[in-house]
Design a protein around this ligand. Structure first.
Ligand code: HSE
Length: 404
């Protein structure tokens, strides 16, 4: 019998408790022994909830109990999560977390601590909610050099974009629903402005390339500047607008970015809608792989944390190596990367065509019936710098979206 402690009894923490108690037979079979929740740590009381029987308010009770071999954390944030993780690992207890802030900021450090104390720092739930992506990268894609990863890594923004595209809901209403459904971060600006997705792509880039990538160095745009009108152009083009996270290596250079992009209907991520996430991984031998599943939500995320608990229980006293060193990975300047852009311009195409030709040709023009007083231009493939220079010379430029 293995005993675990859960830190935090919020959306994901209570989900972990639920999965461990209701799927106990399956978990016991897979882990090779029963797994019991000995403690749940939370500052709050939960009157009437059976969790009361195992509720504690002091982390030291867990830390100093030799029976607890695995700690699962779903508190989020760096304080006190980092000191709890460090102390648990130093005590030889494996630590399984859904906390992407912690993994992004201290992943390499905590993996090294786990290695030094023959236990494991596991973080399947930190990227892609319920999708198995970390374990496949650690254990299955070990014969490949990873060339690129492109994904929809935030469930909340995908839920909002999907609803806006269908015209069923406006931004605010869709966000409120995503919050109610337990998809959004406590401060949803982390979802909307792309910070959550950039942490997740930083984690995947660190794993893919073996060195530490910091999310503040990932070029990041959120969905704040996506408006209902943009979906009319997307529809006309037969495309969808998705918040894409991307990292790739090209001739010894490494890139990472997060931005809303137009994807055409042949793109594998086109049909990834609602709270679902999709992650494409390109290996130099295996070719293209695609992972799909619920990217957020109580039970999918909890299921991923519990899969880590099972892995920890199956490997007592044994560190499972993870190729993620503390050495920093230098990312190349995003401005050198190239794309096509959809540009919305106010005014009439007739008047501005000559200038558009000069700045963006060879280009294509679009007019949307529902929108008067503006037109769209699909530019040639340009570098970010080249585009910025051209855009600065275009009067009445309303907005621009990149094409994937
Ligand atoms: N807020 C996150 C999302 C939760 O919407 O994807 C899962 O990490």
């Amino acid at each position: 019998m293995s005993k675990v402690a859960i830190l935090g009894y919020g959306t994901v923490g209570s989900g972990i408790y639920d999965v461990l108690t209701t799927n106990s037979d399956e978990i016991a079979k897979n882990a090779g022994e029963p797994v019991e929740v000995k403690y749940v740590l939370d500052l709050r009381e939960f009157p009437g909830d059976p969790v009361g029987e195992v509720l504690v308010h002091d982390f030291d009770v867990i830390l100093h109990d030799p029976e607890v071999s695995v700690v699962a954390e779903a508190m989020g944030g760096l304080k006190p999560a980092y000191s709890f993780a460090k102390a648990a690992l130093e005590a030889g207890k494996s630590y399984c977390t859904s906390n992407k802030e912690l993994v992004e900021a201290y992943g390499a450090d905590l993996i090294a601590t786990a290695a030094a104390h023959n236990c494991n720092f596991l973080f399947e739930a930190s990227v892609g909610g319920g999708i198995p992506i970390i374990r496949p990268m650690r254990e299955s894609l070990t014969s490949d050099r990873i060339l690129a990863i492109t994904g929809i890594l935030n469930g909340t923004t995908n839920y909002i974009l999907t609803n806006m595209a269908s015209g069923k809901k406006e931004f605010g209403e869709a966000l409120a629903e995503a919050q109610q459904l337990g998809y959004a971060e406590r401060d949803p600006s982390a979802d909307i402005a792309g910070g959550d997705a950039s942490r997740k792509i930083a984690i995947l880039a660190s794993l893919a390339f073996g060195k530490d990538v910091h999310f503040t160095e990932v070029y990041t745009e959120g969905i704040e500047n996506i408006h209902p009108e943009d979906f009319l152009y997307a529809k006309k083009l037969g495309m969808a607008i998705k918040l894409l996270s991307d990292t790739r290596t090209i001739r010894q250079h490494y890139y990472a970015c997060v931005a809303p992009m137009l994807v055409d209907m042949n793109h594998p991520l086109y049909a990834v809608n609602s709270v679902y996430n999709g992650i494409m991984v390109q290996g130099n031998k295996v070719g293209l792989l695609m992972f799909f599943g619920s990217g957020a939500g109580k039970l999918p995320t909890a299921s991923a944390v519990v899969s880590d608990i099972v892995e920890a229980v199956k490997n007592p006293g044994r560190h499972l190596p993870v190729h993620w060193s503390e050495e920093k990975l230098e990312l190349s300047d995003f401005k050198t990367s190239v794309k096509r852009f959809l540009v919305r311009v106010s005014g009439s195409l007739e008047e501005k065509k000559e200038l558009c030709e000069r700045l963006f040709a060879p280009c294509k023009y679009l007019e949307v019936e529902e929108l008067t007083g503006e037109f769209g231009v699909l530019t040639r493939t340009m570098s970010e710098t080249e585009f910025e220079e051209a855009a600065a010379q275009m009067p009445g430029l309303i907005t621009r979206i990149r094409l994937a």
